[in-house]
Design a protein around this ligand. Structure first.
Ligand code: GRF
Length: 220
C-alpha cells in the first residue's frame, strides 16, 4: 500500500512538482494525496492541479495570530484525506510545537543548506558570507526547532568565488529536486529508523564519492 502524502507549500512549488513527478512511478512507495497552500495565489497550486493532484487553500492570514485554529483546519483536511506523511516544500508558516510533535517522524522538510549550518532565512547568502566551498540541501524530519531535526538525506554542491545568492540557490535547487523524492522514497518505503535525534538508513551503504572544491588544483 502506498503511503498517502500531503505536500504543504506557500509559493513556487518546484520541489512539490519534483515529488509529484516521482510519485507517478509505479514502484514509488508514496502517492501525493493532496497539496495544501496557506497562500491563495501560490503558483504551485496551478502546477498541482495541472498534474491532477487535489489542492486546498487554507489561508493563514484569515486566522491572524491564532495558530491553533489554523492548524485545526489543517489537521481536519489531513484527516479527511487520510494523510500519513507530510512534506513541507517551501511552506513559509511556522507550525506550533504541538502540531509538530503530533506529526513527529511523519513530517519532512527540505532546506537549502547543509544543516546544521545556515538554518533560517537566506541560507545561500549565509553560506556565501561564511566563505564555505561546499554547500547543499538537507531533507530532515521536522521538530519544533526551525530547520533542525533528524537528517534523512543531504546533497552537496561546490560554491564558486563568483557565486551570488541566486546562482548558488539555482545550483542547490537542482540537488533539492533529486534528494527530496529520494528521501521520500526512503522514508515511505520504511528504509529509515529514528534513533533519538538521528535518522539511520540501515540498508544504505555510504558511497565513496568525494566532492572537493575548489578543484582540481593544477600545478603552478
Ligand atoms: C526551496 O529552496 C526549499 O528548500 C526552501 O524553500 C524553497 C522552496 O522552493 N524551503 P519551491 O517552492 O519548492 O520551488
Amino acid at each position: 500500500m502506498k503511503r498517502r502524502v500531503a505536500i504543504l507549500i506557500s509559493g513556487r512549488g518546484s520541489n512539490m512538482a519534483a515529488l509529484i513527478d516521482a510519485a507517478k512511478l509505479s514502484d514509488f512507495p508514496a502517492e501525493i494525496a493532496m497539496v495544501i497552500s496557506n497562500q491563495p495565489d501560490a503558483p504551485g497550486l496551478v502546477t498541482a492541479s495541472q498534474s491532477g493532484v487535489p489542492t486546498l487553500t487554507i489561508e493563514s492570514k484569515r486566522f491572524g495570530k491564532d495558530r491553533a485554529a489554523f492548524e485545526a483546519a489543517l489537521q481536519t483536511a489531513l484527516d479527511q484525506h487520510k494523510v500519513e506523511l507530510i512534506c513541507l516544500a517551501g511552506f513559509m508558516r511556522l507550525l506550533t510545537a504541538e502540531f509538530v510533535q503530533r506529526w513527529y517522524g511523519r513530517m519532512l522538510n527540505i532546506h537549502p543548506s547543509l544543516l546544521p549550518s545556515f538554518p533560517g532565512l537566506e541560507p545561500q547568502a549565509q553560506a556565501l558570507r561564511a566563505g564555505v566551498k561546499i554547500s547543499g540541501a538537507t531533507v530532515h524530519f521536522v521538530i519544533p526547532e526551525t530547520d533542525a531535526g533528524p537528517i534523512v538525506m543531504q546533497g552537496a554542491v561546490p560554491v564558486a568565488d563568483d557565486d551570488t545568492p541566486e546562482t548558488l540557490a539555482a545550483r542547490i535547487l537542482a540537488v533539492e529536486h533529486r534528494i527530496y523524492p529520494d528521501a521520500l522514497r526512503l522514508v515511505a518505503g520504511g528504509g529509515v529508523r529514528l534513533e533519538g535525534d538521528l535518522c539511520k538508513a540501515p540498508a544504505n551503504v555510504a558511497r565513496e564519492d568525494v566532492l572537493i572544491a575548489p578543484g582540481p588544483v593544477s600545478p603552478l
